[in-house]
Design a protein around this ligand. Structure first.
Ligand SMILES: Nc1nc2c(c(=O)[nH]1)N[C@H]1C(S)=C(S)[C@@H](COP(=O)(O)O)O[C@H]1N2
Ligand SMILES: [Mo]
Length: 236
């Protein structure tokens, strides 16, 4: 497992903190009801379904993992809690929704309009969580309340926050990286160890460009969060 003694993957630099992070317009987007879990399971399935809580019978899991944003920053040894995606898939999705046998891809959608896609095989890895706690506390709106994907072997942009839908599909034809992100930013697998940062351009070039965006994106995300919290506090 990733820990503080292990070396960082290629191109990554450690940050002492774990900032809220969203590029472009996503810095100032929030889910309408971050305290309420509503997760739909769909796509090419026999029976779509909507759930309002993780089944209490599913085994809970805690893990320490490093988090790697494609823009080059990493936060180390984050303590996530939740349910393994593999357990959820096997215990809930397979028996109750029956995805078609040829569904290799899974689209993950966030309640803020964000989305990403991963191979089902990648999501079934033992360190992929449907996480609802960080550091032993329920996820805050900054880090994906009420539920997010944690897939440590994949760049941050695959780790969808505010998870609202999981869709099973045979191919990637129904999926598009959310606007205003250009397609080159979206690698189908985005494995950190292989520096699959994006498409069409070499990873070093993307990284050089991305690094320039980090300070302003971190600031913008933090400012938007402060504004959001002020508004919420006023509303009571
Ligand atoms: N719903 C949603 N999920 C998202 C994003 C987003 O803007 N919205 N940004 C992605 C990116 S680029 C990164 S690096 C991580 C950041 O997670 P954090 O804000 O908890 O640090 O979330 C990813 N998941
Ligand atoms: Mo990111």
């Amino acid at each position: 497992m990733a820990n503080s003694e292990s070396r960082l993957p290629p191109g990554q630099r450690e940050r002492p903190d774990f900032p809220r992070f969203g590029l472009g317009s996503f810095a100032s987007r929030f889910p309408p009801e971050p305290e309420r879990m509503r997760l739909s399971i769909g796509g090419k399935v026999g029976q779509p379904m909507e759930i309002g809580a993780l089944d209490a019978a599913l085994p809970r899991s805690e893990q320490l993992s490093d988090f790697h944003c494609v823009t080059g920053w990493s936060s180390r040894s984050l303590r996530w809690g939740g349910v393994r995606f593999a357990d959820f898939h096997r215990e809930i999705v397979l028996p109750q929704c029956t995805p078609a046998a040829d569904c290799q891809w899974v689209v993950l959608k966030g309640a803020d309009g964000y989305r990403s896609i991963l191979l089902l095989d990648d999501l079934l890895a033992g360190d992929v969580l449907l996480a609802d706690t960080l550091d032993g506390r329920p996820l805050g709106v900054d880090h994906g309340a009420p539920l997010r994907i944690v897939a440590p072997a994949h760049y941050g942009y695959k780790n969808v926050k505010h998870l609202s839908a999981i869709e099973y599909w045979p191919d990637r034809s129904r999926y598009r990286f959310p606007r205003p992100y250009p397609q080159f930013m979206d690698h189908p697998r985005a494995r950190v160890a292989h520096q699959e940062r994006g498409q069409f351009f070499p990873p070093g070039l993307l990284l050089g460009f991305y690094r320039l965006l980090v300070p302003s994106s971190v600031n913008r995300s933090a400012r938007a969060l402060r504004k959001y919290m002020q508004k919420r506090n006023k509303q009571g």
